[in-house]
Design a protein around this ligand. Structure first.
Ligand code: GTP
Ligand code: MG
Length: 201
């Protein structure tokens, strides 16, 4: 078997604001999406670690930019979720502002993975986020999460509907990945994508 690409993964630090992020020569891949969509679970699955990123059934767990160093060479960034009603409006607006600043200014950002729950119908806030990223020329890829085997039919329909909805306002759908952290599927494609882009940069 080929040597796995992800050889090491370690928590680096948490940063509440764009201003506090370190200047760094490392390339980074960020993970964004609605609260509870499975960002932290995906990061653990990609890293093959159980509890590196803290997960929770309670939305709003990740409240800062959480940095993980991969292979001592690049970063993964776990971002706070958007669209979580139970967090105060003030806090939500603050996260939104920090995220927008990050997406518009972080030159090291290679790909923003927007995670979308494949078990539910296309949601306005997810579509709006995709649209804003595409129009803002953020290097976006979409990861449909929670595509567990037992939900195969809904998953297929929801993903296809999401793409149709997106095509109403953008010309091209970004690259798409389909994952289940529970079933442990979809990792290879994402890792290969990272590998390809790191070799190019
Ligand atoms: P915040 O940090 O609150 O924004 O959430 P998050 O996006 O990091 O989500 P997290 O990884 O904490 O997961 C949220 C919930 O979804 C947890 O209860 C997970 O166990 C569950 N979950 C994550 N991935 C999957 C999956 O592939 N399948 C299923 N069925 N559940 C999942
Ligand atoms: Mg999280």
């Amino acid at each position: 078997m080929a040597t796995p690409f992800i050889l090491s993964a370690a928590y680096e630090g948490s940063f509440a604001t764009f201003e506090s992020l370190k200047a760094s020569a490392f390339s980074e891949f960020a993970f964004a999406g609605r609260s509870n969509v499975g960002k932290s679970s995906l990061i653990n699955y990609l890293a093959n670690k159980k509890e590196m990123a803290r997960t929770s059934s309670q939305p709003g767990k990740t409240q800062t930019f959480n940095y993980y160093t991969i292979n001592n060479k690049f970063y993964w960034v776990d971002m706070p979720g958007y669209g979580f009603a139970k967090v105060s409006v003030t806090l939500r607006n603050k996260w939104k502002k920090e995220m927008e600043t990050y997406l518009g200014n972080r030159e090291q950002l290679v790909t923003l993975f927007q995670l979308v729950d494949s078990r539910i119908k296309p949601q306005a806030n997810d579509l709006e986020f995709s649209r804003a990223c595409i129009e803002g020329q953020v290097p976006l890829a979409i990861v449909f999460t929670k595509a567990d085997k037992k939900f195969k039919n809904e998953v297929r329909k929801n993903i296809s509907d999401y793409q149709d909805e997106l095509l109403k306002f953008v010309k091209m759908v970004p690259t798409i990945f389909i994952t289940s952290a529970s079933d442990q599927t979809g990792k290879e494609e994402i890792v290969d994508w990272m590998k390809m882009l790191l070799e190019k940069n």
